[in-house]
Design a protein around this ligand. Structure first.
Ligand code: G4F
Length: 331
């Protein structure tokens, strides 16, 4: 049985990755923060399944900013593969809490690299890097050779972590890969990210549970894909013969306004009556022209994103409609 360890297992990506690895026959171990609430989390269905939890899925308390706890879990689990997904992942918030963002995302990754360097048994590491490392890129679309030029604390922390990983790969021969992940969404996306915020609001407005939707810059554009496609990419990266970095992206750019129009169209409402701009959601700096070129992942890993942007937004809106119709108060 191969053994995988996931940091950030309770997040959108961690929960889908857990499902994929269990399907592939892995025992899955997850690192959970003491402050994480497991009740009603994205892992609920697995956590409450006695055939899975405690048999093939195991959770361990540890903190990225508390190396002793993490080292203890690493030694105890002795994983074959580590998927490092944890960190403060909200770009807007990183302007408000830059120090803790860097502590978790930059230093947390360096600490993990240091621990892996000391492990006796070889382990394969996947690090979830981000398109935010490109910030204001000089080249469009961006690939693995595009220079990093972050414009926010989050992107800077991810750039540090990604560079460190390459240094450890070169210097100490670690099997470690950066997946440079462009935005990836799903019905499990956190509600403070823009696609989910919009889809959930369109559903709530349709059901009479919300009156309006306040957004920041609706002209902002991103390369949005389906998280489930990107999870497959993470796993494929670690099955490749050589440790390398890969961009995962769709190669298509859409605006926040496109998300608004598609989700309101899905519930049969005119967005003009409900959407307003709110300065509170504008960011001090916005990256532009973030579009990924995933040719390398397609060529070497046979990775292909399967879901279209329109399918994704329609699915997210319909799922929120069902969820809110069932549980309007606590969603
Ligand atoms: O959904 P967002 O918050 O995602 P963002 O900033 O692109 O970051 C996400 O994707 C990155 C790349 O994969 C990850 F590294 C990162 O961890 C995270 O998963 O915002 C998308 C765009 C931005 O331009 C933002 O300014 O939407 C714009 N926006 C407009 N109104 C808004 C809002 N974003 C949020 N969260 N809330 C708004 O009301």
């Amino acid at each position: 049985m191969p053994r995988a360890l996931i940091t950030g297992i309770t997040g959108q990506d961690g929960s889908y990755l857990t499902e994929l690895l269990l399907e592939q026959g892995y025992d899955v171990h997850g690192v959970v923060r003491r402050t994480s609430s497991l009740g009603r989390s994205r892992l609920d269905h697995l956590y409450n399944d006695p055939a899975v939890y405690g048999r093939r899925l195991f959770l361990h308390y540890a903190e990225l900013d508390d190396p002793t706890t993490l080292r203890r879990v690493l030694v105890k689990v002795a994983p074959d593969e580590i998927y490092h997904l944890a960190g403060q992942s909200h770009v807007g918030l990183s302007f408000e809490i830059p120090e803790s963002t860097c502590e978790m995302t930059a230093m947390g990754t360096l600490r993990l690299l240091e621990m892996i360097r000391d492990l006796k048994n070889p382990v394969r590491l996947f690090h979830a890097s981000s398109s935010e490392v490109f910030g204001e890129p000089s080249i469009v679309p961006q690939d693995e050779n595009t220079p990093f030029a972050p414009i926010n604390p989050y992107g800077c922390a991810k750039a540090f972590a990604s560079h460190m990983l390459v240094i450890y790969r070169r210097t100490f021969g670690l099997f470690a890969c950066n997946g440079i992940m462009f935005n990836h969404e799903s019905p499990r996306r956190g509600e403070n990210f823009v696609t989910r915020k919009i889809c959930r609001a369109a559903a709530a407005i349709k059901l009479g549970l919300q009156k309006e939707l306040a957004l920041g810059d609706t002209t902002a554009r991103r390369d949005w894909g389906d998280a489930r496609d990107y999870i497959r990419g993470m796993w494929l990266a670690l099955q490749h013969a050589k440790p390398e970095d890969f961009v995962f992206a769709t190669g298509e750019s859409h605006s926040v306004q496109d998300v608004v129009e598609l989700s309101f169209q899905t519930v049969g409402l005119d967005w003009r009556q409900f959407v307003k701009q709110d300065q509170r959601f504008m960011r001090p700096a916005e990256p532009h022209r973030l579009i990924g070129n995933a040719a390398k992942a397609k060529r070497l890993l046979s990775w292909v994103p399967k879901t279209t942007f329109a399918q994704l937004i329609a699915e997210m809106t319909e799922t929120d409609l069902e969820l809110l119709a069932r549980k309007p108060l606590d969603g």
